[in-house]
Design a protein around this ligand. Structure first.
Ligand SMILES: Cc1cc2nc3c(=O)[nH]c(=O)nc-3n(C[C@H](O)[C@H](O)[C@H](O)COP(=O)(O)OP(=O)(O)OC[C@H]3O[C@@H](n4cnc5c(N)ncnc54)[C@H](O)[C@@H]3O)c2cc1C
Length: 501
């Protein structure tokens, strides 16, 4: 490895959505950040509508709102997924489990008592390309250096940092974070174990011209050999239960191959005349057993992969970035203990595990065999009930996410409710700077003194919620998670522990 040309506090490999968002978080906390991105040009048809549509669930929507990024996206104009046929135009389909849809009017949101209605909804749709554009703009405005067309090809840890090889250059960082996607070089070179299960199928997302479209049905079709979804004429998602053989064969994705697969799965002799967009993927479900090895960390698809069914991968990755960013910045900027950084793995690994399990359960129910059909029927019955649909939506949208933090209040460890205050501001606006926040609803001067004198990195705000609230004070982490809350008097010992955590 050459002598390093330049040095940064943090090097991020991968300028996808997770790397970009993480860079924004770190730069917001005044860290120097370099992103190395393999591709020269981030634009790709697969990142555009309809293939590039990604469902953003509650924690991601909140995160973007709390950093002032939500308003920069066109999202609110796209509440309905054109890629998802509703089958009933009077209802809005808001998600699915193994292809079984659930609708907005089925959900009983009173079962989510710690969520207040607010500016950030529970789920939205974003386009990958637009999301990356907005995040790139923000990262650059915050001073992040982005080097495109430069892939990480080597790394070496030293006592005080990491030396990274990227093309002909070597660069030094105090920390390296692999956000370089499913085939992460950082994960492979950094000595991480990637444990999990092998795929059941090859999935295809294609846009094709069909000579005889009447031979294929619109919507989602479970057949004896697999599944095909025609969301609009010529746009197909196909699942071929070949054990992932095609995807891993490295063979080119040709018109002849797509036609062969579509014919077999649809049981027709349909003819394709052109392919405009085509990509394949699998349901391989693997997760790094550790997210940190010394000064190298993983986030996003580099840390976990699973099938895109139910669309949770991006959300999982953005959640990693939000969790990791402020912790690493606290270590670098104000010498926070390493245990804070270790809590990244402790908090995020179980969330990833749950998403992988959810993905495997969906694959099991989609298998074209008697067991799969039986499971699908059971889930269809369950999702047909109000409680069942509400539970599934809550799981998919991360409503139940909860970190095991010390503290007795039921809100502790959860994302803070969306308060609107009587001065017209919202909670999200008070979190824009990415700092911890003490919300004092009862003008408690002892709290103000406590934070003013001892914890200047935490913002103190004396505010009153616009709607009646039982709460008298809350301490929020920079990621908007409640670290401490009280409805009553202040338990100073509990508060002290929460601040130190
Ligand atoms: C068909 C499909 C539909 C999906 N739908 C949804 C959905 O609705 N909701 C959802 O939440 N998720 C969805 N996902 C998953 C989601 O797209 C991914 O989880 C998300 O893109 C992961 O972001 P990332 O930044 O971790 O990785 P990536 O987006 O893969 O970005 C990694 C970046 O690293 C770069 N890179 C790779 N190697 C190197 C290297 N050696 N050096 C430097 N740079 C490198 C790559 O060029 C890339 O830009 C879907 C995925 C697919 C395939």
């Amino acid at each position: 490895m050459n002598t390093p040309h330049s040095s940064y506090e943090i090097i991020i490999a991968g300028g996808g959505p997770v790397g970009l968002f993480l860079a924004c978080e770190l730069a917001l906390a005044h860290c120097s950040v370099l992103i190395l991105e393999k591709t020269e040009n981030p634009a790709s048809p697969i990142k555009r509508l309809p293939f590039g549509l990604r469902g953003l669930s509650a924690p991601s929507v909140e995160a973007l709102d709390r950093r002032g990024l939500l308003e920069e996206l066109e999202i609110p104009k796209r509440l309905t997924d054109p890629h998802m046929p509703s089958g009933n135009s009077s209802r809005r389909q808001t998600g699915h489990f193994a292809g079984i849809p659930f609708y907005d009017d089925q959900l009983d949101t009173t079962q989510w008592p710690y969520r207040l209605p607010g500016s950030a909804p529970t789920h939205l749709l974003a386009e990958m390309e637009e999301l990356e554009t907005v995040l790139t703009r923000r990262a650059e405005a915050l001073g992040v250096t982005i080097r495109r067309g430069l892939a990480l090809t080597g790394l070496r840890q030293t006592e005080s940092g990491v030396i990274v090889q990227a093309g002909p250059e070597s660069v030094q960082g105090q920390w390296l974070i692999g956000c370089d996607g499913a085939r992460s070089a950082v994960r492979k070179l950094g000595g991480f174990d990637f444990a999990g299960t092998d795929p059941e199928f090859t999935g295809y997302s294609v846009q094709v011209d069909v000579a005889d479209p009447q031979k294929l049905r619109p919507g989602r079709n479970h057949t004896a050999t697999g599944l095909y979804l025609q969301s609009r004429p010529g746009y197909f998602a196909i699942q071929d239960f070949d054990g992932g053989a095609f995807h891993h064969s490295g063979e080119p994705l040709t018109l002849a191959h797509i036609q062969k697969v579509l014919r077999r799965i649809s049981g027709t002799d349909v003819t394709l005349t052109a392919v405009h967009v085509a990509t394949s993927w699998t349901d391989r479900a693997r997760q790094a057993t550790a997210y940190r090895n010394g000064r190298v960390l993983l986030a996003g698809d580099a840390a976990h992969i699973h099938s895109p069914l139910g669309g949770q991968g991006l959300n999982l990755g953005l959640g990693d970035a939000l969790n990791l960013g402020w912790k690493l910045a606290a270590l670098i900027r104000r010498g926070a203990p390493e245990t804070l950084l270790d809590s990244y793995q402790a908090e995020r690994h179980p969330v990833g595990e749950q998403v992988l399990a959810w993905s495997r359960a969906q694959v099991a129910a989609m298998k074209p065999d008697p067991t799969g059909r039986a499971l699908l029927d059971v889930f269809r019955d369950m999702i047909g009930t109000r409680d069942g649909a509400t539970y599934v939506a809550g799981r998919v949208w991360g409503i139940f996410n909860h970190y095991p933090l010390p503290g007795s209040h039921s809100l502790t460890g959860r994302s803070a409710p969306h308060f609107t205050f009587d001065d017209g501001t919202t909670l999200a606006e008070h979190l824009r700077q990415g700092q911890g926040l003490l919300l004092d609803f009862e003008a408690n001067t002892s709290l103000e003194t406590f934070f003013g004198e001892r914890y200047s990195h935490i913002l103190y705000r004396r505010l009153r919620p616009a709607a009646p609230s039982d709460l008298s004070a809350l301490l929020l982490r920079p990621d908007g998670i409640v670290a401490w809350a009280t409805n009553d008097t202040v338990d100073w010992q509990e508060l002290e522990i929460a601040v130190r955590e």
